[in-house]
Design a protein around this ligand. Sequence first.
Ligand code: ZN
Length: 277
Amino acid sequence: MKIDVLEMTPTKAELVISDTNPTFANAIRRTIVADVPKMAIDNVEFHLGPIMDDDSKAYESISPLFDEIVSHRLSLVPVPTDLENYNYRSKCSCGGEGCPSCTIMYSLNKKGPCTVYSGDLEPLGSEQFRIKDDLIPIVKLAEDQALLVYATAELGTGKNHAKWQATVGAGYRYSAKIEIDTAKCDPGCSCVDICPKDVLAKDGRKLVAKHPEKCNLCNSCVEMCEVDAIKVTGDPSKLVFRFETDGSMDAKDILLKGLSILEERFEHLRNQLSALE
Ligand SMILES: [Zn+2]
């Protein structure tokens, strides 16, 4: 298997995986979606009763949404995750009580009228845990309403809840194999213009596949060509694989972690098989 990177930004990756088959690509897809862990808010405590501001004005600790819905919305906020520094809470040396090695704490203190955003979550501790995507609306507070909550984030995987899924929109498609029969090709044909991905181009009077990697196998050019000069097929041994992240982790870190999880899993299987012999 060979991997070429077409695009790699903190939130998006596009790769060409060759000498492979869809089974391997699907194993990577499933692993990065369901098994790569990330931090997400799992526990939210709401202050009940009146909340006073600095001028002794009393606010009611309610919002237009049920507490459960506010908690749910908070849980889906992407929490910056550095996998090197965190353990699963259940496997942590603190015995699951919560400590800086397994838990990030946030407070949120807002008084209406206002909109509460993800960026209003104040990390208790290092500034590195401040929410990067700070304009996700959580709830709108009316006059005299206030929200005072303490939230704790912990490590989990997408297998248990979508809030622990750092990868979004993961998928792959066959890379296109475009064959052009230049002897049959009619240079006056408008197949170049009909291609929605600008794959084809004219080189003098000759038709060439200039960007075969962009082809999505729509076959518009094949349907347009009256002399059957173009043949487009999908190559199952060469796949274009892409995914995005929710911003909690870099796409590169997600991919590397996913591959190392797969490696560990196959190593475990190999050990079990050799024990049988
Ligand atoms: Zn701990």
